[in-house]
Design a protein around this ligand. Structure first.
Ligand SMILES: [Zn+2]
Ligand SMILES: [Zn+2]
Length: 217
C-alpha cells in the first residue's frame, strides 16, 4: 500500500493509468492518489477532481487494485485546510509553508483539533523547516494525534518524520500510514524508508487501513 502519490492532476509527471500499472507491477493492492488541493497553483479544483475520479475508477477495474480518491491539502494560516467540493476518500494535511517554529506548531495543533482529515503528512520535512522541531511541542502533536485518531505519515520522499520525533512514538498506540510521495512513476511504491522506520519506532502502532482491509501489498 502506498497512500501518497501525485499525478498529472497536480504537480506529478505520471497519468493515473501509468501509476496504476506501476502499482500493479509492484504488487501493491491499495494506493491513494492525493494530488494537491486548491491552494497549490496546479492543484485540484472541483472539475479536475470529478474528471480524475472517472480515470481512477477506470484504472481500478483495468488493473484490479484499489485506488483511493484522495487529496493532499496544505495546512494554512490558522491551521486552515481548504478542499474543493468533492467527496474524497482520503485526506492528507501537510505543512508546505516555511514559517517560524512556534507558528508551525500553532498551525499544526489547530488543524488537528479543528479540521477533518485522515493523515498528517510528512511532519518536519526538512525542505519546509525554518528552525527545526522542539520535543515539548512534538509531544503535544502526538497527544493530539492519539486523541483524534488521525494518522502520522511515514514519508519516504522527505524521510519524515525525523527519528528524534519517531522516538517519542515508541510506546504510543499511534495510527500511522505509508507514503512514497511519488511525483514520478518510478517512485510509486518506494516505501523502504517508511517501512524501516515503522518497524523500529511504531511497533505498538496500528496501520491506518488495518481495520478496513487485510493489507499486505
Ligand atoms: Zn506535501
Ligand atoms: Zn505530496
Amino acid at each position: 500500500m502506498d497512500l501518497h502519490i501525485h499525478s498529472m492532476y497536480s504537480d506529478g509527471a505520471a497519468s493515473i493509468d501509468e501509476i496504476a500499472r506501476k502499482a500493479k507491477e509492484r504488487n501493491l493492492k491499495i494506493i491513494a492518489i492525493v494530488d494537491h488541493s486548491v491552494e497549490h497553483p496546479k492543484g485540484l479544483n472541483e472539475r479536475k477532481a470529478r474528471k480524475r475520479k472517472i480515470e481512477i475508477e477506470q484504472a481500478e477495474s483495468k488493473y484490479g487494485i484499489r485506488i483511493l480518491d484522495g487529496v493532499e491539502c496544505g495546512i494554512l494560516e490558522d491551521g486552515k485546510i481548504i478542499l474543493p467540493k468533492h467527496d474524497f476518500e482520503l485526506v492528507i494535511a501537510s505543512v508546505h509553508s516555511i514559517v517560524p517554529q512556534k507558528e508551525m506548531y500553532r498551525r499544526l495543533k489547530r488543524a488537528i483539533e479543528e479540521y477533518d482529515f485522515h493523515i498528517l503528512g510528512h511532519l518536519h520535512a526538512g525542505i519546509f523547516s525554518l528552525d527545526g522541531r522542539a520535543e515539548e511541542y512534538d509531544l503535544e502533536i502526538l497527544d493530539l494525534l492519539e486523541e483524534t485518531g488521525k494518522a502520522l505519515e511515514l514519508n519516504t520522499h522527505h524521510s519524515a518524520p525525523p527519528e528524534e520525533t519517531l522516538k517519542l512514538c515508541l510506546s504510543r498506540k499511534i495510527t500511522y500510514s505509508f507514503g512514497s510521495d511519488a511525483h514520478t512513476v518510478s517512485r510509486v511504491g518506494d516505501l523502504d524508508h517508511a517501512k524501516r522506520m515503522a518497524k523500529i519506532f511504531l511497533k505498538n502502532g496500528r496501520f491506518i487501513l488495518d481495520e478496513m482491509h487485510n493489507v499486505d501489498g
